[in-house]
Design a protein around this ligand. Sequence first.
Ligand code: GDP
Ligand code: MG
Length: 177
Amino acid sequence: YGDFNQKIDYVFKVVLIGDSAVGKSQLLARFARNEFSLDSKATIGVEFQTKTLNIDHKTVKAQIWDTAGQERYRAVTSAYYRGAVGAMLVYDMTKRQSFDHMARWLEELRGHADKNIVIMLIGNKCDLGSLRAVPTEDAQEFAERENLCFMETSALESTNVESAFLTVLTEIYRIIS
Ligand code: GDP
Ligand code: MG
């Protein structure tokens, strides 16, 4: 009902990518509905949620797409990336492998998406600090080399989730306006 009678100035499509179980669906649930679930089931079929917000006195509808348990290279279809102006590249900071796979996800993304796409690298589950397997500096270095924004988040504790999405959406707005 939040969108009722509201004039939408922009619709921005943003895609979530990264390995299975890194917390993509929970980041989206936290951002779009302020919800979190510890036993989230794998989503079936491509799914998106929207959230309408104001940026610079304009009404922006963020349309955030979630991979539906198809998190294998090349299983995510080009339709998923089509029209995306932003991407969240998510790894689990307690799973080194999910970070090591970021380069391949980035390659997939760059092969399919618009060249001006705004990309944010996200190290999720920062509430599990004692299990950390990816130093902040490693991710920062990768992000700088690849020209990405970077943030560590917790969908569970709500840390930096709003901020990560807002940063991407504001940067998209800055580019297209
Ligand atoms: P997806 O496969 O990338 O969509 O991952 P999910 O969003 O389904 O999350 C996978 C599992 O990690 C679920 O059990 C979530 O509850 C859990 N999870 C997601 N985000 C966080 C987080 O920030 N902290 C912790 N501790 N667990 C999380
Ligand atoms: Mg999911």
